[in-house]
Design a binder for this molecule. Structure first.
Ligand code: UPG
Ligand code: MN
Length: 737
C-alpha cells in the first residue's frame, strides 16, 4: 500500500459491487430456502402418516428425490448471485504508466470447412490482426483440424487483404475490426472526411474481391474432401507472413496438426495445445487470446483492456493472481425473440458477473486472454529432464518454457523467429504427445472432458490459486466479441448435450468432483459450489422427469400431490427467475423469462437427459463422449421469425415430445373424468396439479403445434410424432389405472 501523501499512479481498472442486486438476491434466496424447507418437511410428514400405503409412498419418495435434487442444484447456483460486480478498464492510462506491452499470441481454431465457412473464419483472423495493439507484439495462429487446402488458400488471401485492412483500421481508428461487419453491417462506424471515405471505398472493393474469391473457392471445394481425408493427414505449418517489409503487421501462421484415425486428437483442446507449442517456438508471447473460428473481435480495444487487469501492479484486490481475463460470449445472429435462449443470459449476463465478485468467472472457451505460464503449470523449479518429460522432447520447446520465466514481466515478444518448418511440424505431430508427455493433463488445455474450457479453468487455474476477471461491456459500449449461435433446434440440443455430458462427467468423477477438491475448497467454498453447479447441471433431468410424469398420472387418477407450500415455493422460484432476467436486460423481461422457462423445460428432458446417459456411459467406459461440431451455416429464417425449426430432430427430441403428449392427454383426460365423476368438479387439493399441467401445456405448445398443427418441412418429423403418441399411450395404459 502506498503511504499517505505518496502519489499513486492512477489505477488501470476499477471494480464496484452492485449492492442493491446483491441484497435483493440474498433476501430472495433466504425466502426461497425457507419455503422449500417447508415443502420438504410437509412431504416427509405425509410419508410418515401415510402408514406405508404403497402408492403414496412410491409417489412421495420420487417427489422427495426430485425436490432434494432441485434444492441441491438451486443451493449450488446461489453463489453466482451473491456478490455481483462491474469492472471498468482504463486502457488510455496504460501509456502514462510507461509499461511495456507484453506479446499476445492469438489462437484461432477451426475444424470443418463445411460447417464453418472459410469467409467467417477469415473474418475472425482479420479481426484479430486488426486489434489495437502493437503489430510486432501480436501474432495470429490459425489451427485447421481438417487440414483443408481451402482454408490455407483463404488464409493466404486474408493475409494479403490484411496488408490494406490493418493499416486502414489504425489510420482511421476504426472501431469494428471485422471487415464483413464493418462494410455490410456498420453500426456508427463510418469515417467522416472525404479522403477517408475514398479510402474506405477502395478497401471495400478489395474486400469484395477477396470475398468473391473465397466464395468461389468454397463452391469449387464442396464435396471434394471426404471425412476420411480430414481425419487423416500430415502436419503442415506455414508462416504466411513475417516478411521484411511489413514490420508493423501481426504475423499469421497456419497450423494443421497431424491427424491419424487411430490416434486420439482430443478435439479443440488438442488443437489448442498444438497451437501453444507451435507459437511457443515462434513467438512465445506471455499471453494468449483464444478464439473459436466464429467468434470475431467486434471491438479493437479488448487486448489493451485485458492488459489493464493483467498488468496493474496495484489492482483493487492486491492478493489476486490474475490467470485470465474473460470477455462475454455475445452473438451477432440472435433473434429478438430468442426462442432457444441462445444468448446464454443465465451465464454471461448473470452468473459470471456474480462469480467475478468472488474469485472470477469460469473459463468460457473463447474470448479470453490467459497467461501462458499459468497454462503450463508450475515449471519454475523443474530441471531439464522433467521439463522434457512434461513438455515433450523438443529442445527448442523446453528452452521456450525457460525463457518465459526469464522475462515474463518485461517480455514484449511478438516477432516470429525464423525456424525450420520440420521443427514446427514435429511439435504438431501425433507422435509428439503420444510419447507420454504431460500435455492435456499437467500442461496446457485439459483432455479429460470435451468441455475443455470448463475443466481447464477449474483444474489449471482455480485449483492452483489463479483468479480471473470478467470484462463485461457497459450497456452503451460495443460488444468486444461477437460469435454465431446455432439456429435450429437440433443443433442447439446437440450443443447442449455435449456441454451437459462433458460437465457431468467432471461432476461425477471420483477424481475431479469440484465438491471434493481440497485445493479448491481451501481457497474458496463459494467458487467450488459454482463450479460444481455446472458440473451437476445435467441432473435437472431427474426432477424434470418426475414433474413431467407423476403429477400427470396422479391427476388422471384424481390423486392430489401438492400442498400449498408448493405454490409458494413455485412462485418464489419464478420471481427469482424474473428478477434475474430483468436485471440482466435492464427492463421487465417477461418474454425472456417465458422463453427461458420453456427452453429450460425442453432442455431438461432432452439434452440434459441424454447428457446424463452419455456421462454414465463414459464413466462406465462403454462409450466416450464425442465433440459434435456446431454448424455455423444452418438456415436461420424460422429462428428469426420466432418459429421452432425441428429440421433434423432425432431421438434426442423423443422424450420431450412423448412427455408433452402425455401431459396434454392427462390434462384433458383428467379434467373429463373429474367433470363426469359423481359430484362433478375438482377438489381443491387438485388445483395445484391442474395449474401445473396447464402451465406445462402452455410451455410445450410449440411442440404440440409442431407435431399436430404444422405441415411445413420444419415440423416435428412424422416418425417422432408417431412414436411419441405410441409411447405416451403405453405409459397411460400402464399407469393411469
Ligand atoms: O475437433 C475439434 C472440434 C472443435 N474445434 C473448434 O472448437 C471451436 C468450438 O466448437 P463449436 O462447434 O463452435 O462448439 P460450441 O458449442 O459453439 O462451443 C462452445 O463450447 C465449447 C466446449 O464444448 C467451447 O470450447 C467453446 O468455446 C464454446 O463456444 C470451433 O472453432 C471449432 O472449430 C476444433 O478445432 N477441433
Ligand atoms: Mn461455436
Amino acid at each position: 500500500m502506498a503511504g499517505a501523501g505518496e502519489k499513486m499512479a492512477p489505477a488501470l481498472s476499477s471494480v464496484r459491487v452492485n449492492w442493491p442486486v446483491a441484497v435483493a438476491n440474498r433476501v430472495m434466496g433466504a425466502v426461497h430456502a425457507a419455503l422449500v424447507a417447508a415443502v420438504i418437511g410437509h412431504r416427509a410428514q405425509q410419508l410418515l402418516v401415510s402408514g406405508g400405503k404403497s402408492l403414496v409412498v412410491g409417489h412421495g419418495c420420487a417427489m422427495v428425490v426430485a425436490d432434494l435434487t432441485l434444492l441441491f442444484l438451486w443451493a449450488l447456483s446461489q453463489s453466482g448471485l451473491w456478490r455481483p460486480v462491474s469492472r471498468v478498464a482504463f486502457p488510455e492510462r496504460l501509456a502514462s504508466r510507461g509499461l511495456r506491452l507484453p506479446g499476445v499470441d492469438v489462437l484461432v481454431v477451426t475444424a470443418d470447412p463445411d460447417k464453418e465457412p472459410a469467409l467467417g473464419v477469415m473474418n475472425t483472423v482479420l479481426s484479430a490482426m486488426a486489434l489495437d495493439y502493437p503489430g510486432e507484439r501480436l501474432s495470429v495462429y490459425l489451427s485447421d483440424d481438417a487440414g483443408s487446402p481451402l482454408t490455407l488458400l483463404a488464409a493466404r488471401k486474408a493475409y494479403a487483404f490484411a496488408r490494406a485492412w490493418v493499416p486502414f483500421c489504425r489510420t482511421y481508428s476504426v472501431h469494428c475490426p471485422c471487415p464483413e461487419r464493418y462494410f455490410f453491417n456498420p453500426s456508427g462506424d463510418l469515417v467522416a472526411d472525404d479522403a477517408a471515405a475514398e479510402e474506405r471505398l477502395r478497401i471495400k472493393k478489395m474486400y469484395e474481391t477477396f470475398k468473391g474469391e473465397i466464395e468461389e473457392a468454397c463452391r469449387k471445394d464442396k464435396g471434394r474432401w471426404t471425412k476420411e481425408e480430414r481425419q487423416d493427414h500430415d502436419a503442415h505449418v506455414e508462416v504466411i507472413s513475417n516478411d521484411g517489409d511489413q514490420q508493423e503487421l501481426p504475423s499469421l501462421v497456419y497450423v494443421s496438426r497431424e491427424k491419424r484415425r487411430r490416434s486420439p486428437h482430443h478435439f479443440k483442446a488438442g488443437a489448442l495445445n498444438a497451437l501453444l507449442r507451435v507459437s511457443a517456438l515462434l513467438t512465445n508471447a506471455p499471453y494468449v487470446l483464444v478464439l473459436d473460428c466464429d467468434m470475431a473481435c467486434n471491438s479493437r480495444a479488448s487486448a489493451l483492456e485485458a492488459m489493464c487487469f493483467h498488468l496493474d501492479p496495484s489492482p483493487p484486490e492486491p492478493d489476486k493472481k490474475m490467470g485470465f481475463v474473460q470477455f462475454p460470449q455475445m452473438f451477432h445472429n440472435l433473434s429478438h425473440n430468442d426462442i432457444y435462449t441462445n444468448d446464454l443470459r443465465h451465464i454471461f449476463a448473470t452468473r459470471w458477473i456474480g462469480l467475478d465478485g468472488l474469485r472470477g468467472p469460469l473459463l468460457s472457451g473463447t474470448g479470453f486472454y490467459a497467461r501462458r505460464d499459468a497454462l503450463y503449470g508450475d515449471t519454475e523449479l523443474l530441471d531439464a529432464t522433467e521439463l522434457a518429460r512434461r513438455f515433450g522432447h523438443s529442445d527448442q520447446l523446453v528452452a521456450s518454457v525457460r525463457n518465459l520465466h526469464a522475462d515474463l514481466q518485461q517480455s514484449s515478444k511478438g516477432k516470429a523467429k525464423k525456424l525450420e518448418l520440420e521443427l514446427l511440424e514435429a511439435v504438431a505431430s501425433c507422435s509428439f504427445e503420444a510419447a507420454g508427455t504431460g500435455w492435456g493433463d499437467e500442461v496446457g488445455f485439459m483432455y479429460q472432458s470435451v468441455i475443455e474450457d470448463y475443466f481447464t479453468g477449474y483444474r489449471r487455474f482455480f485449483c492452483r490459486g489463479w483468479t480471473s476477471a470478467y470484462c463485461y461491456p457497459a450497456p452503451s459500449a460495443r460488444p468486444p466479441f461477437l460469435g454465431s449461435v446455432p439456429t435450429n433446434l437440433n443443433d442447439v440440443l446437440v450443443q447442449n448435450k455435449r456441454w451437459m455430458s462433458g460437465m457431468l462427467a467432471v461432476g461425477l468423477s471420483s477424481t475431479y468432483c469440484p465438491l471434493a477438491c481440497r485445493e479448491l475448497l481451501a481457497v474458496s467454498v463459494p467458487q467450488a459450489m459454482a463450479i460444481a453447479y455446472f458440473g451437476f447441471l445435467a441432473l435437472y433431468a431427474i426432477p424434470a422427469l418426475c414433474y413431467a410424469t407423476l403429477p400427470q398420472l396422479c391427476f388422471l387418477r384424481g390423486v392430489p400431490l401438492f400442498c400449498p407450500w408448493y405454490a409458494a415455493s413455485f412462485a418464489s422460484s419464478q420471481l427469482q427467475h424474473l428478477v434475474e432476467a430483468s436485471v440482466a436486460n435492464r427492463r421487465l423481461a417477461l418474454r425472456t423469462w417465458w422463453n427461458e422457462q420453456r427452453f429450460w423445460m425442453l432442455n431438461a428432458v432432452t439434452a440434459q437427459l441424454f447428457g446424463c446417459v452419455s456421462a454414465a456411459q463414459d464413466l462406465l467406459g462403454v462409450a466416450a463422449i464425442d465433440f459434435d461440431l456446431t454448424s455455423k451455416a444452418s438456415d436461420a429464417t424460422l429462428y428469426h421469425r420466432g418459429v421452432f425449426d425441428f429440421t433434423g430432430c432425432s431421438t434426442l427430441l423423443l422424450p420431450a415430445t412423448t412427455l408433452c403428449v402425455l401431459n396434454a392427454a392427462a390434462l384433458v383426460g383428467g379434467t373429463w373424468r373429474r367433470m363426469m365423476s359423481r359430484g362433478g368438479g375438482f377438489s381443491r387439493e387438485l388445483f395445484p396439479q391442474l395449474f401445473l399441467l396447464s402451465y406445462i401445456a402452455a410451455l410445450s405448445y410449440p411442440l404440440l403445434e409442431g407435431m399436430f398443427l404444422r405441415w411445413d418441412p420444419a415440423r416435428v418429423p412424422g416418425r417422432i410424432t408417431a412414436l411419441s403418441v405410441a409411447l405416451a399411450a403405453v405409459l397411460l395404459a400402464l399407469f393411469s389405472g
